[in-house]
Design a protein around this ligand. Structure first.
Ligand code: ADP
Ligand code: AMP
Length: 213
């Protein structure tokens, strides 16, 4: 199954992607995670991406589409994938469609998770990340031991872009550049809408049920 997770920052895309990836046995591809791994390693891509990410802007389309293209060539993407945070602009979506068409395939469904700005600000302000891709929240979804990942035992960290000022800019970026994708995929008949303010497990169940239909 080839899925896209769409929604504003903090809606719960990454949280759902980890569970859906395990349930559906398809890889979770997060462009944000790829950029953060490159920043940590100090690669040229990481250095370029950091300036955009830290200011709440999007990394340029050509750079982003290239990294997705090369990730899709990996063997584990053969039977599908969950795209988390990609595409984020109309040109990215058009290039992605083209890329898939060249491989004689297409997207099966777009899972649109929604939450309003006040929920998002609270969520991102309390978010804690693990390098293994899992995401926690100090109040809503705390780890069993404070500051430590339940699954891999690594120390959790706070993202540099989860600061109030950057969060506001990321919400502006979402509204201006990413939200038109809701209409784009609705017109293609691929959009499935979910209320991201329900408990995590409820949303997961609703997504899995609607994918079965
Ligand atoms: P996104 O990938 O869309 O930016 P995340 O999955 O990282 O969002 O979630 C943002 C924050 O909200 C995290 O701290 C996460 O633990 C928390 N969270 C995610 N889904 C829910 C939910 N349904 N209810 C409460 N908190 C949630
Ligand atoms: P995320 O982890 O999805 O919240 O992404 C973190 C940041 O990485 C975003 O605020 C962007 O700066 C950048 N980013 C992630 N995915 C994309 C994308 N598809 N296009 C452009 N920039 C992206």
């Amino acid at each position: 199954m080839r899925l896209i997770l769409l929604g504003p920052p903090g809606a719960g895309k990454g949280t759902q992607a980890v569970v859906l990836s395990e349930e559906l046995k398809i890889p979770h591809i997060s462009t944000g995670d790829i950029f953060r791994a490159n920043i940590k390693e100090g690669t040229p891509l990481g250095i370029l991406a950091k300036s955009y990410i830290d200011s709440g802007k999007l990394v340029p389309d050509d750079v982003t589409v290239d990294i997705v293209g090369s990730r899709l060539n990996d063997e584990d993407c053969r039977n599908g994938f969950i795209m988390d945070g990609f595409p984020r602009t109309i040109p990215q979506a058009q290039l992605f469609d083209k890329m898939l068409k060249e491989c004689h395939t297409s997207v099966d469904a777009v899972i649109n998770i929604t939450a309003d700005d006040s929920v998002i600000v609270r969520r991102l302000s309390g978010r804690r990340m693990c390098q293994c891709g899992r995401t926690y929240h100090v109040e809503n979804n705390p780890p069993k031991i404070e500051g430590i990942c339940d699954v891999c035992g690594s120390k959790l960290y706070i993202r540099d872009d989860d600061k109030e000022e950057t969060i506001k800019e990321r919400l502006r970026t979402y509204r201006e550049q990413t939200s038109p994708l809701v209409d784009y995929y609705m017109k293609k008949g691929l959009l499935l809408n979910f209320d991201g303010t329900k408990p995590i497990e409820v949303t997961t169940r609703e997504i899995l049920d609607s994918l079965k239909k």
